[in-house]
Every structure is written in structure tokens, then in C-alpha cells.
Design a protein around this ligand. Structure first.
Ligand SMILES: Nc1ncnc2c1ncn2[C@@H]1O[C@H](COP(=O)(O)OP(=O)(O)OP(=O)(O)O)[C@@H](O)[C@H]1O
Ligand SMILES: [Mg+2]
Length: 290
């Protein structure tokens, strides 16, 4: 697992979405006993194009970047007075800067939205540029109007893939740290029926899927015997099952790829959809390289 002495890194552009992410990151750093590093990338190229160069563009943008960092640092220090908080202003495209920061981070935390975007947009571009691209977990924080319910669990999406290990480990560790129950949701989707040509016994199929998942989880549950964990089999599409599960969750943990890893790009379709639609923060944990 990631070394615990690396900081939790929060990316900020000063927007309300980024402040929510920095607050989540501060709480999580405090919980893990880690420090927090708040990073702002100054994207000079937004203004300083090759056709119309602006002399000393980075220097001119630096004061507002510093202001964003100072304000965010003040907010998180007030929230978590004992926390070790540092700030860093870096020139470059935000996605690339945050990917580079990940190499010295315990995890990367960003908001689902920033200061750009458009009404109705479900996920900002940075989420797609970092989740699944880096070795450490990426947490995308969505501002929710309601606080976290007392009964909320940590939820993990599980599809029995060989690559699920790191995501399961993260989910069990989170449940242990937060002293919450871990709900492991495994959705199984019957194939499209081909009328009378092929008949399948769905009850039998469901039983077999449940047995297989339970078997795969057995060693995890005994390694984390102090964590109250439960396997929930759901018949249906994994995105629908996990969106529903996320409505009573402190955190939803998924891998970057599922069983279709070979056909997926950097991020599997389930993880991608959940980043846009889940009701709670989502942690995307990359599996071992294939
Ligand atoms: N310049 C930046 N430096 C550091 N982190 C950033 C920066 N820009 C965005 N982020 C992080 O990414 C999160 C999402 O912002 P993002 O830019 O993806 O969405 P947006 O601004 O709403 O839309 P768009 O993709 O059109 O810019 C922010 O909440 C913040 O955590
Ligand atoms: Mg943006």
C-alpha cells in the first residue's frame, strides 16, 4: 500500500467544489495521520497562446494563484487546527500537474466540479484526466446538500475481477478507520434473453454468482475480521446498483477496471459512470498493471 508518510494531495482552483474537496481531504488526512498538501496549477496556456504571447504571464497570474491557496489553507486549518498543511503553486496544465503530484502522494483528492464547466455538467474534465491514470487512489468529492447519515456505510463495488485487490484493501482500511460497516455490492446482470433458443435458470445463476463472490471474499473477511462487512448481491446493472447504494454511503470505492479490463481504456465504464452519478465521494483505486 501507499506509504503513510506521503501527504494527501488536494487540487484546488478556488471554486466551491474544490473547497469541498480540500475539506474532505483535510478530514481524511487527519484520520490517516497524514499531512495535507494543497496544490494549485496555474494554467498559463489559457491566456498565453503561441499566437498572442503575454510577457511574464506566469508572474502576472501568480498573485491570484497564491490567494486561492492561502484562502484554502485558512479554511482547512480552521477546520483541522492540528493538521500539517502545506501549499504548492505549480505552473502547468492542471491534469498533468496533479498526475505528477500523485507520485509523491498517499492519494489525490479533487472536486467533481471546478470553476469552469457548464450548467448540468456531471463531472469536470480533471476527474477524467486523473482517475485511473495514477497509481494512488483518486477521490472525487461531490458537494452534497445533506450531511453524512449516521447509518451510512463504506460501499465497495465488487465484480470478482482478479484486479479487485487494491480497491478491496482500500475499502476495508476505510471502514476500519471510520469505524463503519463495509457493504460490498456485487451486481450480476443476466445476459439478454434469446427467446426460446436458450433458456437460463436465473435463480440458479444468481445462486452461483453469490457463492462465487462469497468464496472470493472469504480470505479478505478473515484478514479484516474486526471490520463488520457484508456482501450484497444485486441483480441488475452495476452502475444502477452502485448509484443506489451510494445514497446511504460515506464513500464508494471502485477499481479503475473491472472484468472487461482488456477492452476498457484507462477507466472502465462503470467507474466512469459512477464518478458522474454517485451521491457520495467516490474513490477510484487502480488495480495492478495488466
Ligand atoms: N488549476 C487547478 N489546479 C488544481 N486543481 C484543479 C485545478 N482546476 C481544477 N482542479 C481540481 O479539479 C476539480 C474539478 O475541476 P474541473 O476543472 O475538472 O471542472 P470544471 O472547472 O467545473 O470544468 P472544466 O473541465 O470545464 O474546467 C476541482 O474541484 C479541483 O479539485
Ligand atoms: Mg476547470
Amino acid at each position: 500500500m501507499t506509504p503513510f508518510n506521503h501527504p494527501v494531495v488536494a487540487g484546488t482552483d478556488g471554486s466551491p467544489g474544490a473547497v469541498a474537496a480540500a475539506e474532505w481531504a483535510a478530514d481524511h488526512a487527519a484520520l490517516r495521520g497524514a499531512s495535507l498538501r494543497v496544490v494549485h496549477a496555474v494554467d498559463r496556456l489559457l491566456y498565453d497562446g503561441p499566437r498572442y504571447p503575454i510577457p511574464d504571464c506566469f508572474d502576472k497570474m501568480t498573485p491570484s494563484g497564491r490567494q486561492i491557496l492561502d484562502r484554502t489553507a485558512r479554511i482547512v486549518r480552521e477546520r483541522r487546527p492540528g493538521l500539517d498543511v502545506t501549499t504548492e503553486l505549480v505552473e502547468g496544465r492542471p491534469g498533468r500537474v496533479l498526475r505528477e503530484q500523485a507520485s509523491v502522494a498517499a492519494e489525490l483528492v479533487i472536486g467533481s466540479h471546478g470553476s469552469g464547466g457548464f450548467p448540468g455538467m456531471l463531472l469536470g474534465s480533471i476527474g477524467n484526466q486523473v482517475a485511473g491514470h495514477v497509481a494512488v487512489p483518486v477521490v472525487v468529492v461531490r458537494q452534497t446538500p445533506l450531511g453524512v447519515a449516521e447509518a451510512a456505510d463504506v460501499v465497495a463495488g465488487f465484480d470478482c475481477a482478479e484486479t479487485s485487490g487494491p480497491a478491496l484493501a482500500y475499502a476495508f482500511e476505510e471502514a476500519r478507520l471510520r469505524r463503519r460497516r463495509l457493504r460490498i455490492v456485487c451486481a450480476w446482470d443476466p445476459p439478454v434473453p434469446y427467446g426460446r433458443m436458450i433458456t437460463t435458470d436465473l435463480d440458479e445463476m444468481g445462486r452461483a454468482a453469490g457463492e462465487h463472490a462469497r468464496e472470493e471474499l472469504r480470505s479478505w473477511q478473515s484478514a479484516y475480521a474486526d471490520v463488520d462487512s457484508e456482501l450484497v448481491m444485486v441483480r441488475g446493472h452495476p452502475v444502477a446498483a452502485l448509484i443506489q447504494a451510494s445514497s446511504l454511503a460515506v464513500l464508494l470505492v471502485v477499481g479503475s477496471h473491472g472484468r472487461n479490463a482488456l477492452t476498457a481504456a484507462v477507466l472502465g465504464s462503470v467507474s466512469r459512470a459512477l464518478l458522474a452519478h454517485a451521491h457520495c465521494p467516490v474513490a477510484v483505486v487502480r488495480g495492478p498493471h495488466l
